[in-house]
Design a protein around this ligand. Structure first.
Ligand SMILES: Cc1cc2nc3c(=O)[nH]c(=O)nc-3n(C[C@H](O)[C@H](O)[C@H](O)COP(=O)(O)O)c2cc1C
Length: 450
């Protein structure tokens, strides 16, 4: 489904005229870019592909975009918008932006600097030609909110669009094909590399266990999966999977992986979602209830580089989460235990210790093995003085400062509403907003929130 503003595509004649105009603009842009026998790939690339991506879809599309431009002999390089500094932005002649949206119409974490730069009324970008691929999900009220704001801000600063913004609804192929089509024109090639998403693999449910019997919240299941044949594919702690549910194969659901490869199976923690009318969510209902043990599952592993350990291996880790967010934190803690990295502090929140103490056995085992320095468990309905993880964090402000001074990295996994925003605000209160921004820039503050 192509989701470009319908007004722009209102009449066939207008569309044809617009298309002809666009081709002219592209032709000019291509001439201006000049053809290179081979790509320098260096800092002086003619085309920058700047991605603002949270979970890697935009980053992967940026890689494909660069590859397509290079196929046509153009010099191109992909960078995260985190690396887009003021001098680069003011000096760039051509940038292709790929921007996803998070929260309720928010920018991904990596886009904080870009948003600040574009807020500067003194920023003039008359020299810049750009195009924008906005990634989003039309079930959110603020569909492609950040991409749309970015587009408006670029135009307000005088930048000129090479073609109209393209919006991609939940990864739908038609919009991506439209983007590819424009790129092929830019690069003057019909020989674009294959962009197809990796195929789903055949897996099966090896085991399924209810983790919170008697909970006041919705049931959460641990689901262990194995490939139907052959070896486990490679993944790292922090990575995600996409599951294609039979009732809704076009919209894969993403889950954080809760286990390490060394454990020999891929585990997910899935909360059974019930709609207002009592019917079960399509994907979670199928995974948690309808599919039997042994049932086939179509699944693919996705790298989530922003939530991997990266170069934080030697650092102390502060791991903060709630609910099924323990999944991503569990994979990291298990990996740390396997690697003998003991400086870990887990802060985890749920409702009642008696029912919702997810991963209690793992936590006890890590503690006993000396792999967890500190554990702060907060059960909001048990009547303690600390109700949520952000309150536990605030109550231990001195420890938090000491850990960060000692080089710690902070990993947050779980719900965006209620948890991640409040944790962020607490971090800013305790550490200072500047320090949090520096940690973020340095890859020492990583989030997998949903
Ligand atoms: C927690 C969460 C919040 C989201 N909020 C929005 C939103 O407000 N508007 C929207 O259009 N898409 C929203 N999305 C969808 C993402 O923008 C979409 O999945 C995108 O393809 C992700 O790209 P990325 O992997 O490059 O970050 C949200 C996704 C998640 C997981």
């Amino acid at each position: 489904m192509m989701t470009v503003d319908p007004v722009r595509w209102g009449g066939a004649a207008a569309a044809v005229a617009a298309y002809a105009g666009m081709c002219l603009t592209l032709l000019r842009a291509r001439r201006a870019a000049g053809k290179r026998p081979q790509d320098s790939g260096g800092a002086a690339a003619d085309w920058l592909v700047a991605y603002a991506s949270q979970t890697g879809t935009g980053e992967a599309l940026a890689g494909h975009t660069v590859a397509t431009l290079r196929t046509g002999g153009l010099s191109a390089r992909a960078i995260s918008v985190e690396q887009l500094d003021e001098a680069t932005l003011r000096g760039a002649a051509r940038i292709l932006f790929i921007a996803s949206t998070y929260g309720e119409g928010d920018a991904p974490d990596s886009a904080a600097r870009l948003a600040r730069l574009l807020d500067d009324p003194g920023m003039a970008l008359g020299q810049l030609h750009y195009a924008l691929l906005a990634l989003g999900d039309s079930t959110y009220a603020n569909y492609c909110g950040f991409g749309r704001r970015l587009d408006a801000a670029l135009q307000a600063r005088g930048a000129q669009a090479l073609f109209a913004r393209i919006e991609v609804d939940r990864g739908r192929g038609a919009a991506i094909e439209a983007w590819q089509h424009h790129l092929s024109h830019l690069a003057g090639t019909s020989d674009a590399p294959d962009w197809s998403a990796p195929a789903y693999g055949d897996w099966r449910i090896a085991a399924r266990r209810l983790l919170n019997p008697g909970s006041a919240g919705a049931p959460v299941y641990r689901i262990d999966l194995l490939p139907a044949a052959g070896e486990l594919p490679a993944w790292e702690a922090g990575d995600l999977v996409q599951v294609s549910a039979p009732g809704d194969p076009d919209y894969p659901r993403e889950y954080s992986i809760a286990s390490t490869m060394a454990e020999g199976c891929l585990s997910l923690l899935v909360r059974l979602h019930a709609r207002d009318d009592g019917s079960l969510g399509l994907a979670s209902g199928w995974l948690c209830r309808e599919a039997r043990e042994g049932a086939p599952v179509l699944l693919r592993v996705r790298q989530h580089s922003r939530f991997r350990i990266g170069d934080n291996t030697q650092r102390p880790l502060i791991l903060i989460g709630n609910g099924t967010g323990i999944a991503g934190l569990r994979a990291h803690l298990q990996r740390r235990a396997e690697a003998g990295q003991a400086r870990n502090w887990l802060l985890f929140g749920e409702r009642q210790a008696a029912h919702d103490h997810f991963c209690a056995g793992d936590i006890a085992a890590w503690r006993q093995a000396g792999m967890l320095d500190a554990v702060s468990l907060v059960f909001s309905r048990d009547g303690g003085s600390e109700r949520y993880v952000q309150h536990a964090l605030a109550a231990q402000a001195a420890e938090l400062r000491a850990w960060v001074a000692d080089g710690a990295a902070i990993y947050v996994c779980g719900s965006l509403q209620g948890m991640a925003g409040a944790v962020h605000a607490t971090l800013e209160t305790v550490l200072g907003a500047d320090t949090v921004a520096v940690l973020d820039q340095a890859g020492r503050y990583r989030r997998d929130v949903y």
